[in-house]
Design a protein around this ligand. Structure first.
Ligand code: ADP
Ligand code: MG
Length: 409
C-alpha cells in the first residue's frame, strides 16, 4: 500500500458516492507471508509468518433496518450485494459476501450480536488466491469493523482471529488452521510472529535483517483444487493422529515425553514420530505426518536462527521445507517447483520455498542484501522462459496487525 491515509480518503469518498451517506468506522487488516511452518497450523505446530504492509480496508455504517449491503471496490461488476442479519447463511453465489456474513455469524455465535444492519465497503491490494491470505485479511477486517461499530469492547484481537477462522471453516467450508487470521490480527511492524498454534502462545521476533532481504514472487498460477486438496491433507493428518493415539492407548506405542496423548501431530518429536511411523502402515499417511512433524521442528530451529541473525541456516531450512512440501506433502505444483529451483540455484539466494496452502500462488525468498534487482531480472526471465508466465514481485515489509484507521473529518 503506497499510503494508507491517501487510500482511505479515496475510499471514504467512494463510500459516500455508493451509499449516499458518510461512513462511521474504517479499519485495515493486513495480508501475510509465511516464512516457514507450512501446514503445521492445524496440527498444533509452530508457524512463523509476518504481516505485510498491504491488506484490506473495511468501511462501514450502521443502518436503521436489518439489511446488509456489501460492496467490493475490487469487484465493481458485482455492484452492491444484499443480505440480511436474519439470513446469515452461505449460498452458492455468495462471492466475497460469504466471508462478511460468515464473520458476522461467527461473532453472533460467540455472543457479539449486531443489532442493526450495515452498509459495508471493502477494498484490498492483497492478490486474491495467491497464498498471501486475502481471505483472512477480509475476515479480520470485518471482525474489527463490527467490534468498532457495535462497541464490542471485550472482543480481543486473538478472538477476532478465532471468529474469522470459524467463519472460514464452518461458513466457507475451508478447513484452514489459525495462522492466517492470527497474524493478520496480531502482526507487529518489523517483526515476524512465532506462534504455537496448539496453545496460541506467541512471540514477536525482530525481522530486521542486516545481510539479507525477503522477496515474494507470485508464480501467477492458480489451481482450483486448493480447497479440496487442503481439506484432504487435513483429513489425512487427522487419520494419522488417530492411529498413533490408538496405538498409544493400546500400549503398542509409548506416550510422548509429555505423558499425555498428543492432540496434534506436531506434539511429537522426530524421534517419537520415527518410533510411531510403523503403526501408520499407509505410505501416504506416513509421508503427510512426517512432513508435519519435521516442518514443526524446522520452524522452531528457523525462529532460533532468526533471533541470532543466522540467515544462512534460515535459508537452508526454507529449502528443506520446500522439498518436504513438494515430496512428502505434495502441495506444490510444476511451476512453483520451477520457480523455487531457479531461485535456489542462485548463489545469492539463501533459500526459496512455496508459501501458503500451495498448488501455485507465491514463493518466499531469502536473498543476500543488495541482490534484489538482479534477483528480479534473472529469476523473472528464467521463469518466463520455462513456463511462459510472467511472475510478479512484491517487497516484504513486515507490517502492523489489524487496526482502526481514522477517516478524515
Ligand atoms: P487467499 O486467501 O490465498 O488470497 P482465498 O481463496 O482463500 O485465497 O481467498 C480469496 C477470496 O477472498 C476471493 O475469491 C474473494 O472471494 C475474497 N476476497 C478477498 N479480498 C477481497 C476483496 N478485496 N474484494 C472481494 N473479494 C475478496
Ligand atoms: Mg485464504
Amino acid at each position: 500500500m503506497e499510503n494508507i491515509r491517501e487510500k482511505l480518503a479515496e475510499l471514504q469518498g467512494k463510500f459516500a458516492e455508493i451509499y449516499g451517506v458518510s461512513l462511521e468506522a474504517s479499519v485495515f487488516a493486513p495480508g501475510r507471508v509465511n516464512l516457514i511452518g507450512e501446514h503445521t497450523d492445524y496440527n498444533g505446530g509452530f508457524v512463523l509468518p509476518c504481516a505485510l504492509s498491504y491488506g484490506t480496508f473495511a468501511l462501514g455504517r450502521k443502518r436503521a433496518d436489518r439489511k446488509l449491503r456489501m460492496y467490493s471496490d475490487n469487484v465493481t461488476r458485482l455492484g452492491i450485494m444484499e443480505g440480511s442479519l436474519d439470513d446469515l447463511k452461505a449460498y452458492e453465489n455468495d462471492h466475497f459476501t460469504g466471508y462478511v456474513k460468515g464473520v458476522i455469524w461467527a461473532a453472533e455465535e460467540a455472543g457479539f450480536v449486531c443489532d442493526t444492519g450495515m452498509d459495508i465497503l471493502i477494498w484490498g491490494d492483497v492478490p486474491n488466491g495467491s497464498g498471501l491470505s486475502s481471505s483472512a485479511a477480509l475476515e479480520v477486517a470485518i471482525g474489527l469493523l463490527i467490534k468498532t461499530m457495535f462497541s464490542f469492547d471485550t472482543m480481543t484481537q486473538p478472538q477476532i482471529a478465532l471468529l474469522s477462522q470459524k467463519a472460514e471453516n464452518e461458513f466457507m467450508g475451508m478447513q484452514c488452521g489459525i495462522m492466517d487470521q492470527f497474524i493478520s490480527a496480531m502482526g507487529k511492524e518489523g517483526h515476524a510472529l512465532l506462534l504455537n498454534t496448539g496453545t496460541l502462545t506467541y512471540k514477536h521476533i525482530p525481522l530486521e535483517l542486516e545481510d539479507a532481504e525477503i522477496v515474494i514472487v507470485n508464480s501467477c498460477v492458480k489451481h482450483s483444487l486448493v480447497g479440496s486438496a487442503y481439506n484432504d491433507r487435513r483429513n489425512e493428518c487427522e487419520k494419522a493422529l488417530a492411529l498413533i493415539r490408538q496405538a498409544m492407548q493400546d500400549g503398542v506405542l509409548a506416550l510422548p515425553a509429555s505423558g499425555k496423548l498428543p492432540e496434534g501431530l506436531c506434539e511429537l518429536t522426530a524421534e517419537e514420530f520415527e518410533a510411531a511411523a510403523g503403526v501408520l502402515k499407509d505410505e501416504i499417511l506416513c509421508a503427510r505426518a512426517k512432513h508435519a512433524v519435521y516442518e514443526n521442528d524446522r520452524t522452531i530451529r528457523a525462529a532460533e536462527a532468526l533471533s541470532h541473525g543466522n540467515t544462512a541456516l534460515f535459508g537452508k531450512l526454507m529449502r528443506e521445507s520446500h522439498a518436504s512440501l513438494r515430496d512428502l506433502y505434495e502441495v506444490s505444483c510444476e511451476e512453483m517447483d520451477i520457480l523455487t529451483d531457479i531461485a535456489n540455484a542462485k548463489e545469492y539466494v539463501l533459500g526459496a520455498r512455496m508459501t501458503g496452502g500451495g498448488f501455485g500462488g507465491c514463493s518466499v525468498n531469502l536473498i543476500k542484501a543488495g541482490y534484489g534487482k538482479q534477483f528480479r531480472k534473472e529469476v523473472g526471465e528464467a521463469y518466463t522462459a520455462k513456463t511462459g508466465k510472467k511472475p510478479l514481485f512484491y517487497a516484504c515489509v513486515p507490517g502492523e496487525g489489524a487496526r482502526v484507521v481514522e477517516p478524515q473529518a
